[in-house]
Design a protein. Structure first.
Length: 350
């Protein structure tokens, strides 16, 4: 067989044994996974019809769901079609239906023999949710702007604001009072004065310092008042209350001193120094340095004078002499008594 004959035979075989192409292969049905991102441009009116069609698809799938023979056809995801781009008054809006295709696919699979009743129930629930979602989408197209508002139309907004103002259902604005106007004028004057002091105008540092000063002064006064209040409560000072009869200040300090001198003339120096000590306590207590209380110890009286070092030093010297002779039972004489009286004179003179 020559070369020309072989070529002619091959050409005849290719024409004779060519496979037949069906119309389904030329125009296959739409498959979402084969769409390749294809979207369809439609108008607002076409979109309303498209939503009605999709609602019908969902209803048919829901009705055919119990029938295994027709559920696969009624719930075919290809019935949804491609995604669409709708031209509405506010512009173009892209709508994707992947969620609807997934629901139809799940509903079709739910009818297989391997699936149980719970899976079918879940598929029916998804279809009802899809139907409600399609209804909401249809309402959005019908009333794209709830409340009647149209972009660019401010007359409706102004009319509503005027109605709100005329209703009087809110606190009416009141002019500032006389003191408020004075305060505002003072603040303006203060800012103007600060601006004139600084050559480059008010700086952030100066404003911060002013704010810290305004805050620190009231806080300092508040802390001082609080500390003073605690001291008064701790000491229990009552300006108009009379001391208890057993308190040292219930007897005048001069009477304590005179009693001590009488004991000294009798040679009872220990008792005399004892009276001089309580004379000093009565003198200080009568000045409201602490509340009258007979149960305090000598050391507690010293702690009450921590804020007065000089007076505390004198009382400490007298307390030591008193403790040595009274509690320590050391012998005492006229010399120790005169030293105690000298300390008492310094305390009374302060």
């Amino acid at each position: 067989m020559t070369k020309a004959n072989r070529f002619a035979f091959a050409l005849l075989a290719s024409v004779t044994f060519r496979p037949q192409v069906t119309s389904a292969q030329v125009n296959p049905p739409f498959k979402p996974e084969m769409s390749g991102g294809y979207v369809r441009q439609i108008t607002e009116e076409d979109y309303r019809q498209e939503l009605d069609r999709l609602q019908t698809v969902v209803d048919n799938c829901s009705h055919e769901l119990p029938d295994q023979t027709t559920a696969h056809k009624a719930c075919d995801p290809s019935l949804v079609g491609p995604d669409v781009v709708v031209s509405i008054a506010t512009g173009k809006r892209t709508l994707q239906y992947a969620w609807l295709r997934d629901s139809l696919r799940d509903s079709a699979l739910a009818e297989s023999k391997e699936k149980d009743s719970s899976t079918r129930k879940q598929a029916s629930t998804e279809l009802r949710e899809d139907s409600a979602r399609l209804e909401e989408m249809a309402q959005e197209i019908t009333s794209p702007h709830p409340g009647g508002y149209t972009p660019g139309n401010v007359s409706d907004v102004r009319r509503k604001l005027d109605a709100i103002l005329a209703s009087g259902d809110y606190p009416q604005a009141k002019p500032p009072s006389f003191w408020q106007r004075i305060w505002n004028e003072f603040l303006r004057w203060l800012l103007k004065a600060l601006s004139s002091v600084m050559p480059s105008g008010p700086s952030t540092t100066a404003i911060y310092l002013l704010e810290l000063t305004v805050i620190a002064i009231p806080c300092g006064l508040l802390i001082w008042w609080f500390v003073r209040k605690l001291q008064i409560q701790r000491l229990g000072l009552a300006q108009n209350s009379a001391p208890h009869p057993s308190a040292p200040s219930a007897q005048d300090w001069r009477e304590w001193l005179e009693h001590g001198r009488r004991l000294g003339r009798e040679g009872r120096w220990r008792e005399a120094i004892h009276r001089v000590y309580w004379s000093a306590i009565s003198c200080l207590e009568s000045r409201r340095l602490w509340p009258a209380d007979r149960t305090r110890t000598p050391r507690e009286y010293l702690r009450l004078l921590d804020g007065s070092p000089e007076m505390r030093g004198d009382l400490f010297s007298l307390t030591r002499s008193f403790e040595h002779t009274w509690y320590g039972e050391r012998p005492a004489g006229e010399k120790e008594f005169q030293e105690a009286c000298s300390v008492l004179e310094r305390i009374a003179a302060r």
